[in-house]
Design a protein around this ligand. Sequence first.
Ligand code: GFB
Length: 332
Amino acid sequence: MQTTSGTEPSSAVDRHSPVYVAGHRGLVGSAIVRHLESEGFTNILTATRDELDLRNQSDVSAWFDEHRPRYVFLVAGTVGGILANSTRPAEFIYDNMMIHGTVVHSAYETGVEKLLYLGSSCIYPRDATQPITEEQLLTGPLEETNEWYAIAKIAGIKLCQAYRRQYGCNFISAMPTNLYGPGDNFDLTSSHVIPALMRKFHDSRSTTTGEVEVWGTGSAMREFLHVDDLASACLFLLENYSGDSHINVGTGDDLSIKELAETIQSIVHPEAVINWDTSKPDGTPRKLLDISRLRALGWEPSVTLRDGLQSTYEWFLSTESAGEELRGIGSH
Ligand code: GFB
């Protein structure tokens, strides 16, 4: 039974049903798989990019026909930080629009019982009132550095709403704030700020000057959620929410990029020297999510930023020592 308010009581998802995690190799997808496993799920379906091109409707339809998932986490997509978003706009809009379209359509065609689609806080207007409530979607112009990605993400929300309205599909959307954690992308040309700064401060330990280049002015404000908290929120929403509106997922706290850089510096290389590269963009001045709706449903984040940064750096060090050059995280 669906409602538009989404306030119906919890309905535990059967741990033995087939659950498809689209995008299981990414930061979010890998965290969702870990969380589902820890929650006792026994039938988690995944497919690598080589096995299934999610941009291809006939391939995706054939895969859904064969595997028949009962639940879907749609967390696949082409993602990246501020530089990748502004220099690869075609990939960001095409890949994401296609992936959202094929998976949502196949989920509808094969009768998926519930699907959770994951967006991003960049869907909101650049000058949204802070903290940003769900109602502010489509009330003003977007931030230009990530307009293409944001348009695709907004289309994903609308896809879920359209299939719900026309076909009665129980497809819901969650909008997370900026994410980080184990499994993140540490490649400096495409990464987000946390993995980028961890890598830069880490690399500065083996230079004589210890200099680290940090982009922008440092004044931009960002909210960061550990990906394990996001994974927990995604399962929570799958079990406790069936409304039409997307739901914000964050911590309710933010800090400046300057404060973030200094925190990572203190963890990774306290003697490093920060140089600000103001030729690089700050992006959105601030995007703090209002998480009242999620809180009212009964979910709270649990990982503090300091602890999350510390454990993510430990994870980074473990992959460095494992010598995973193939993933672009190689040692120096
Ligand atoms: O994480 P980030 O790339 O994403 O950048 P956005 C956040 C802030 O960190 C910006 C600054 O003000 C950057 O200028 N920054 C400082 C750096 N040094 C660095 C660095 O070395 N690398 C990076 N990447 N940033 C993305 C959107 O925006 O956030 C996406 O482009 C998506 O669409 C994602 O929404 C969550 O928060 O600016």
